[in-house]
Design a protein around this ligand. Structure first.
Ligand SMILES: Cc1ncc(COP(=O)(O)O)c(C=O)c1O
Length: 364
């Protein structure tokens, strides 16, 4: 028999696959494993959706290539020029475009060893190398990122979520600004969870003055639109934006998503409600989990990284919770395989989690 021809190029032959957190579609599960919103999206989103029903004209035409009407709404909201913003298909697309436009075999990326694991996949699939900086221990956070090591690394592009994924560590904006301002590297600050870190936490305010800064943001968390796939990036570097545009699909965001996201953006009260629900749920979980013997690390995100109590290994806790139809995240084989990561759920979900954990640990 003839050998199957290999049509893949060298980069793709070595391509990495990302393993997303488990998504269950059966009803009855409590999902505290992928940092989704505990509340549904704003009622304005559903109103906007209802108004689109029957609008064949909208669907038969291509969507706006720059993501209007969302682009204008974002420019107004953040007081940024439209030319400094790009609407993307989730912030994952923004991250992928940055990798494709900036990396090559001789230009590596760097990120903390504990962070959003998609970066590895995106860098490898852009045909480049990545470096990882070792985590350092700080009070309340044994897996803290070393900003100085990121800056010192032999790499052209730094990826840093603020707050950091998995750990929840927040980096003070002033500190980041001073490092980026003195750096020759491109700093990509991934603000997927930044709205949970309080007012004034965002680096968006510094996009105009720092031409080596790109900020990526998402509607997946504090707007409860993870399934819609809407994100955006901001940079004042026109040459970089031009390069990113070259890699972007012409119609990368669809006509419905841009309208629904604009409706969500307009509802500031609902956005606040989602944030407040997470903040109070986070404190409830922190107190309850600590009382049960977990070591709960500092987090400014909508999730808590916690070391399992001595009486039961993390992997067994994760398995036991499955029989209660509760999913949390476990990173087997990692340097923190003694920990679990728990997304903050709704009041009812958090209570169910704590009740189930009490049963599980009570039997030990
Ligand atoms: C740090 C970080 N950045 C980006 C994303 C992806 O966001 P989006 O849904 O906008 O693609 C996630 C998803 O959990 C994340 O943890």
């Amino acid at each position: 028999m003839q050998a199957t021809p290999d049509f893949l190029n060298a980069v793709t032959r070595n391509a990495a696959h990302y393993t997303p957190g488990e998504q269950v579609n059966e009803p009855g599960w409590i999902k505290l494993n992928t940092n989704e919103s505990p509340l549904p999206p704003s009622p304005r989103v559903f109103q906007a959706l209802a108004e689109l029903v029957g609008n064949g004209d909208l669907l038969k035409k291509y969507s706006h290539p720059l993501g209007e009407p969302l682009l204008s709404a974002l420019a107004e909201f953040h007081a940024l020029d439209k030319s400094a913003l790009m609407v993307t298909n989730g912030s994952d697309e923004a991250l992928a475009l940055i990798c494709r436009a900036t990396l090559e075999p001789s230009r590596a990326a760097v990120f903390p060893a504990v962070t959003y694991s998609l970066y590895k996949t995106l860098v490898a699939n852009a045909g480049a190398q990545y470096r990882e900086t070792a985590m350092i221990e700080r009070v309340g956070q044994p897996y803290a990122a070393d900003l100085e090591a990121l800056e010192a690394a032999d790499a052209a592009v730094v990826f840093l979520p603020n707050p950091n994924a998995i750990t929840g560590e927040y980096f003070a904006r002033e500190k980041l600004v001073s490092i980026v301002a003195a750096s020759q590297k491109l700093w990509v600050v991934d603000e997927a969870y930044n709205d949970f870190a309080g007012a004034g936490a965002s680096m968006l305010a510094h996009v105009q003055e720092l031409s080596n800064l790109v900020v990526t943001r998402t509607f997946s968390k504090t707007y409860a639109l993870a399934g819609l796939r809407v994100g955006y990036l901001a940079t004042s570097n026109a040459a970089l934006m031009n390069g990113l545009m070259a890699h972007k699909d012409s119609y990368n965001e669809d006509a419905i998503a841009t309208r629904l996201a604009a409706a969500a953006l307009s509802d500031r009260d609902w956005h606040r409600r989602i944030i407040n629900t997470v903040l109070s749920g986070r404190e409830f979980l922190r107190a309850e989990l600590s009382a049960m013997g977990f070591t709960v690390y500092d987090s400014a995100g909508n999730y808590l990284l916690c070391k399992a109590p001595a009486k039961m290994p993390a992997a067994e806790i994760v398995q036991a919770l499955r029989s209660f139809k509760i999913l949390i995240r476990y990173y087997s084989g990692s340097q923190f395989s003694d920990c679990v990561r728990i997304s903050v759920g709704s009041e009812g979900e958090n209570a169910k989690l704590i009740g189930s954990l009490k049963q599980i640990l009570g039997q030990r």
